[in-house]
Design a binder for this molecule. Sequence first.
Ligand SMILES: C[S@@+](CC[C@H](N)C(=O)[O-])C[C@H]1O[C@@H](n2cnc3c(N)ncnc32)[C@H](O)[C@@H]1O
Length: 250
Amino acid sequence: MIEAVCVQGRGVDMDRARRLAEKFGTEVTDKIPDDKHAMYFLFDKTGLSFIAGKQELKGDLSRMLKRVTGGHLAHEIILKAAKQNTEAEQGTLRAVDCTAGLGEDSFLLAAGGYQVELFEHNPVTAALLHDALIRARKNPEMQEIAKRMTLREGDSKELLASLTYEPDLIYLDPMFPEKKKSAETKKKLQVLHKIETPCADENELIQAAIDAKPKKIVIKRPPEGPYLAGMTPTYSVTRKAVRFDCIVFS
Ligand SMILES: C[S@@+](CC[C@H](N)C(=O)[O-])C[C@H]1O[C@@H](n2cnc3c(N)ncnc32)[C@H](O)[C@@H]1O
């Protein structure tokens, strides 16, 4: 399915390119595939991208910077939803993002002071997220936040069962159909739909989250969407484009 890892220009970590090619059972090459529908990784000095025909997907946490600086972070609804009952020192709260995607929501949680473990089961998405985190850790404006983010590739149901601590927060954002999408979201979703399917295991996922004994579970939903797995939350935080269902255990 993935034709190649194409390396363009200088400054690319060739060991990483080779490991990626080995993982996906393909070759490292400097030639872009001729087939206009080809799916391949492109690795250049700006980082790693996944190309599917004319579309490109790349993890880029730098575009989140404007949301976490200049006093904007306090307005992030995800942090209002994630708020804990107890005051805790910055960096001592632990969150698990079971549907990490390209890490944008996790970045907000980490900026809000959480140590975040990011679980992602799709190998293409995980590769792009891994690359975005490497770049963020090298960026002086982002490294403090990115240092609080740790990626584990795999199925959250299994990874949750292997946790050695009880998290303060478990965050779930399974894919949902949006009514109005921006052009950028539409483009991103087209590529994502080529490599993954909407969440088919919501009952098991939420049960695994409960079994991990968190203080709180926060679930991102569309404003009018049904509750995940039909589970009524303790309360919801709703805005025009999004709803966060919060299930509180203590
Ligand atoms: C809507 S996206 C999440 C976007 C993310 N909140 C962000 O800010 O970028 C859902 C992600 O969850 C992942 N996912 C779904 N079910 C999963 C599971 N059981 N274990 C790990 N990852 C899962 C999908 O592969 C997808 O990347």
